[in-house]
Design a protein around this ligand. Structure first.
Ligand code: E4P
Length: 204
């Protein structure tokens, strides 16, 4: 049961990582842009602080670029490197090539169990089903996590489910109950996990 934070805000990450409850970080181009920093400066600082797993998204649709950039990032940042690629033909081809070289790959933008099948066959370490965005389109995001988790369990797949695009604490517990291995969430959602009115009442 692993918790990742979905942010590229280094001071906040460092502060929360020191709780001992955070197992990794997922970033994406939007989060990196929000940080206003060079992505590799963010990765370097986080790696220097001992964050063991950092998802680093490569934005291209050229397999050779995915692979060369993935190898370069792994060379640069070592064991904390997880290369994030989209669930596209080029992304999955790159996933196969990178995972064959022992590089951890997180296949993102997963919206169906069939996509998760292909990602597992491509050797993905993680698949990231986007729960919140599925919910935004009037489908059941947690059910997608349940379906993929069951499928991987039945097939003894080595790929882990990394539930992403989480917007509230209820989805966090529902995804873990539904079989996800990892959840990634905004810091605001993580901070709310501590809260319960009866705990406060008990303290009073
Ligand atoms: C994580 O890897 C994803 O990029 C992130 O959870 C997406 O969240 P969003 O749907 O709120 O953008």
């Amino acid at each position: 049961m692993k918790i990742f934070l979905d942010t590229a805000d280094v001071p906040t990450i460092v502060n929360h990582f020191d709780t001992g409850l955070i197992d990794g970080i997922t970033t994406n181009p939007t989060l990196i842009m929000k940080s206003g920093r060079n992505p590799e400066d963010v990765y370097r600082e986080l790696a220097g602080h001992g964050v063991p797993d950092i998802s680093m998204e490569i934005v291209t649709e050229d397999v050779d670029v995915f692979v060369s950039e993935g190898k370069r990032l792994k060379e640069e940042f070592g064991e904390c490197t997880t290369i994030k690629v989209p669930c596209t033909p080029a992304g999955l081809k790159a996933c196969k090539l990178l995972s064959d070289e022992g590089i951890r790959v997180n296949v993102t933008l997963i919206f169906s169990a069939t996509q998760a099948i292909l990602a597992a066959k491509a050797g993905a370490a993680y698949v990231s089903p986007f729960v919140g965005r599925v919910d935004d389109n009037s489908f059941d995001g947690v059910q997608l996590v349940k379906d993929i988790s069951l499928l991987y369990k039945e097939q003894l797949a080595r790929t882990q489910v990394l539930a992403a695009s989480l917007r509230d604490v209820r989805s966090v517990s529902e995804c873990f109950m539904g079989g996800t291995d990892i959840v990634t969430m905004p810091v605001a959602v993580f901070d709310k996990m501590y809260n319960h009115i009866l705990t406060d009442k008990g303290l009073d």
